[in-house]
Every structure is written in C-alpha cells, then in structure tokens.
Design a protein around this ligand. Sequence first.
Ligand SMILES: [Zn+2]
Length: 367
Amino acid sequence: MTAAVESTKTSSAGSLPAGVVTGEDYRTLVSACKAGAYALPAVNVTGTNSLNAVLEAAAAAKSDVIIQLSNGGARFFAGEGLKDEAQARVLGAVSAARHVHLLAQHYGVCVVLHTDHANKKLVPWVEAMLGYSEQEHKRTGKPLFTSHMLDLSEEPIDENLATCARLLKRMSPMGMSLEIELGVTGGEEDGIGAEHDGADNAKLYTQPEDVAKAFKLLSMIGHFSVAASFGNVHGVYAPGNVKLRPEILKGSQDLVQQQFKTPAKPLNLVFHGGSGSEKEKISEAVSYGVFKMNIDTDTQFAFANGVGKFVLENPKAFQHQIDPVDGKPYKKFYDPRKWLRLGEKAMVERLQEAFVDLGSKGKSLAG
Ligand SMILES: [Zn+2]
C-alpha cells in the first residue's frame, strides 16, 4: 500500500462491527463522514434485487452505505397483491429491514437502515414502524431501523417541528435518529413533493433561521439530520433547469455555530434529489457537512437499462419458450436470474460512480 493511499484512511477505520448500525455506532459513522468530508449514498430499494445490489456495490467499494425505502417502495416490497395499502407499507419496510439485518454483516460493511419522505398523512406509517422497532429494542437492545424521515415541509414550521419533536422523543431512547425537512425539495417522489416550479422560488431554499429554530428544539431531544433545500430537485431534468446553491448550507451551519456556540459544522445535512447533479456542486455540498446523498432516479435507470439492453438483444426469448423457426430453447434467457442479474450488475456499476463522487470509496468503518 502506498503512503498516499494509507493517508486517506480515516483513523476510525475498523472501529465498527459490519452490519446494520444504530445508536452510538450511527453517530460515530455520521461524525466520521463529516470529519473526513465524505458522504454516503442513500439508495432507494423496492425489492431484494435492488437491495442486494446496494449491498454488493458497497462491499465492492469498501464503503458504508444507506439503504432506504419510500412508502411506495415499502408497499411494493410487501407485494402489490396485498390489498391493505397502509398495512403493506409497514410490513414491506419491516420485511426489507429484517432482510438487511440478516445479510448486511456478511457483506462486511456498515449499513444504515432508513425510510424516506413521510408527509403529514404518513406520520401513522412511521409510528407503526416505531412500534416494530420498540419490540425489537426490547428483545435485542437495538431498534429495527436506524432512522426515519418526516417531511412536514408543506406544514407551517411550528407544526412541522412540534411533530418532529414528538416523534424524536419516542425514538431517542432507542438510539434512533430523525431526518427532518425544512424548505421544499422540488420535483416529485412517490406523490410527495412539490408543484413549485422554477428554481428561483424562495421556498426551494431553506432559510437558516428555520434551521436554527429546529436545532434549538431538537438538539435537546436527540440525534437528527436536516434535508435542506438549496435548489435541489427530485428526478433528472434537462441541464439549466436546476440552480444548486450549496452556499446556503454553509449559511445554516455558520448561523447555528455562532448562535449556539457549537464546534464547526454542527448540523448533519442531507442532500435530496442528488441524481443528475453536477459533480463540483456535490463536492461543495459535502464540504459543508452533507453526510448523506439520496440517489434513486439514476439507479432506477441503471437497473432498467441493464435489463433493457438484454431484452432488445434477445427479443424472441421474451416471446417464445422455443424459437418458432429453428426450435432453439430460450430457457437460459428468460430465466429471471439471467436478466434481473443484469439489472443488478448495472446498478452495482452505477453505484461505484456514486461512491467515488461522494468520496466514501475505501472508507468503510467496518472492522
Ligand atoms: Zn427526497
């Protein structure tokens, strides 16, 4: 190993057990990201194919990783045949979490288990998952999930923060963390998000005063992170439609640091709508204390592209079990393990780029 490679290793490497991290271990991981100025990709999964691809990708990159489910992803994980959607959203998330708990340690990296946007209507979804974490915590001393997100950014700020405080009070005794949203991430994700068009809309930029208000209330209760809006949007749009202003993140960090006399970068910041962002803006955001960048659109496309290429190259195998002209059997082509695996591999490959962009490659804390 060269000296240059050695010096990029964080001093805490090998400090955590591989597998799902919660509580103090999660705090250690978040602090290491901020101290080392790198971030972890938070990848949305909808089934075991995408989920296993994330684990495989993280193991290949020797990076820790965040696995998350949206409410729609959780419902899909449970199977769309389940008629009670509210129940399916809970059971699917729990099923995915149990899958990760069983497998993650065998991939040799640290894995954060998280759920994505929950607006006011979905607060009961989060509360039901907390019920499962409480059972798990009683049994094993660890919650089922590392953290959840509440996105009440469409509500008045005081109502947003009061609900966040109420849930964090329930989560904190289990060592769980809460991600909150201040300001509105543009675009739309699972029907949540915004009809705010135009990147110059003031609502698309988080106000540092709101962040300070959140810090004052929530830092007394437990560990939390902030999805701040700095012009980011969900989805991928034509260049020029999005004006990222990462300096807004620095403004919030500086204000909280001054007002509450904290060390530098007191806030744990989250970057939503990372797909399709310019690499320099990503690096700049990470340097201001972003430890988590969500990625969904780009990995969805990678998976579909991997499958799609194979289908286009072998169209007959998706219409005939045996070739109607020459009698060639297509079993080896239509076997789902063949084409789903190509989707997984394409997703693994796309994620390698994300680990490099975010600077987390080779920095797993797992020992
Ligand atoms: Zn988001």
